[in-house]
Design a protein around this ligand. Structure first.
Ligand code: ADP
Ligand code: MG
Length: 321
C-alpha cells in the first residue's frame, strides 16, 4: 500500500446495513438490507477502491441476550464477549455472501481476491475509567425487583432505562488496539475485501504475561473502526449511517449540515455538545482521531448515498487542520 493511499478505505457500516427502523428482523429483512449495503460497497469497489469494512452489532447482541435470558433454565447463558463473537459470524456471513453475489451480478468478481469476514478481538485497558461508570444498556428490560435480584446473583449493574424498566448496563471502554490487524492488513493488500472489528470487536484485556481474556463490555464500532483504519494506514475513513451527515443544532429549526470541517472545528462543535453521545458523537470523535493520526480525510454520510459520499458529493468531510 502506498503511504496513506486515499484509494484504501475503511468503511464503517451502521445499523441500517442490517435492520431498518420498524422492521422485526426476519432473515429476509436481514438479507434485503445486507444486499442494499453490498450494492453500495460493490459500486465503490468497481471504481478501483480497496475496501475494509466494519459494522455495528447493538441490536443483534440485544437479540442474543434476549434469547439467552429466555432460555436460561435449559441452556446456560453465554458471556458478552462470546455473544459479540456470535454477531461477528452472523453479520460477517451476511456481508460475505451478499457482496460476493453482487460482485458476480456486476461482472467484477475477478477484480478482487474474494470477500472474507474475520472473528476479531480488540484490546481495551484494565485502567479505563469506563469500568467505574458503566453506561451502555444491554439485553432485556426487567422489573426493579428482579433487576435487584439478578444484580446480587450475577454481580451485574442495573440502571433504570429512560425508555422504561430496568436494564443491565456495561462499560464501553475506549478501544486501544486491534489484535489481528496484521492479518487484516495482509488480506487487504493482497486484494481481499475484509470484514473486521465487527461490533467494535470482541473486547479483551491483556494480562502481564501477554495472555488475552474476554471481558463483559461493549466497544463503540466507530471508535474501534478508527483504531483499525489507523493501523491499516488507509487514507480514508468512511462512516455510513442513516443520516446524510453531521449537523449543528440537530433536530432544532436552526439545524444545518456541515459539508467540510477541520479537526479543530469538529472538536469545537463536539465540545459544544452538537453530536449526541453514542450516535453522531463517536463518529465525529473517531473522524477527528483519524485525521490527527495521519489519515487524509474522514467522511460521514448516508449508506444509500455511499458512492456519492466517497466522491465528496454528499456527507460531512473532516480534514486535518
Ligand atoms: P449507526 O447505527 O449508523 O451507528 P446511530 O444511530 O448510532 O447510527 O447514529 C446516527 C444517528 O445520530 C442519526 O440517526 C441521528 O438521529 C443521530 N444524531 C445525533 N446527533 C446528530 C447530529 N448532530 N447530526 C446528525 N445526526 C445526529
Ligand atoms: Mg451507532
Amino acid at each position: 500500500m502506498g503511504e496513506r493511499d486515499e484509494k484504501y478505505l475503511l468503511i464503517a457500516l451502521g445499523g441500517n446495513a442490517f435492520q431498518t427502523k420498524g422492521e422485526v428482523g426476519t432473515p429476509e429483512n436481514y438479507w434485503r438490507n445486507a444486499y442494499r449495503a453490498a450494492e453500495t460497497i460493490v459500486r465503490i469497489v468497481k471504481e478501483g477502491y480497496r475496501v475494509a469494512i466494519t459494522h455495528g452489532n447493538g441490536p443483534q447482541v440485544g437479540v442474543i441476550m434476549e434469547w439467552m435470558e429466555r432460555s436460561k433454565d435449559v441452556i446456560p447463558p453465554m458471556s458478552m464477549d462470546i455473544a459479540g463473537a456470535m454477531t461477528q459470524g452472523w453479520l460477517g456471513y451476511l456481508l460475505m455472501q451478499s457482496i460476493h453475489n453482487i460482485l458476480i451480478k456486476y461482472g467484477i468478481k475477478d477484480s478482487v481476491k474474494g470477500v472474507v469476514a474475520i472473528v476479531n478481538q480488540v484490546l481495551v485497558s484494565k485502567e479505563d475509567p469506563a469500568w467505574r461508570n458503566p453506561t451502555k444498556y444491554v439485553g432485556s428490560y426487567f422489573a426493579e425487583e428482579e433487576a435487584k435480584k439478578l444484580a446480587k446473583e450475577k454481580g451485574w449493574t442495573f440502571k433504570p432505562d429512560p425508555r422504561g424498566g430496568w436494564r443491565r448496563v456495561v462499560p464501553s471502554p475506549d478501544p486501544k488496539e486491534n489484535v489481528e490487524v496484521e492479518a487484516v492488513k495482509k488480506l487487504l493488500n493482497e486484494g481481499w475485501i475484509v470484514v473486521a472489528s465487527g461490533g467494535g470487536g470482541i473486547p479483551v484485556i491483556r494480562n502481564s504475561d501477554g495472555s488475552l481474556q474476554g471481558v463483559e463490555a461493549v466497544i463503540d464500532k466507530d471508535l474501534a473502526g478508527e483504531v483499525l483504519a489507523t493501523a491499516l494506514e488507509v487514507g480514508t475513513f468512511v462512516v455510513l449511517t442513516d443520516v446524510d451527515g453531521a449537523y449543528i443544532d440537530f433536530g432544532k429549526p436552526t439545524q444545518r449540515k456541515i459539508d467540510v470541517m477541520t479537526a479543530s472545528e469538529a472538536e469545537k462543535y463536539y465540545k459544544q455538545g452538537h453530536f449526541k453521545p453514542g450516535a453522531m458523537g463517536p463518529k465525529v470523535l473517531a473522524s477527528i482521531r483519524f485525521v490527527r493520526r495521519g489519515g487524509k480525510k474522514a467522511i460521514i454520510g448516508h449508506l444509500y448515498k455511499g458512492y456519492e459520499v466517497i466522491k465528496g458529493l454528499s456527507g460531512t468531510m473532516i480534514v486535518p487542520d
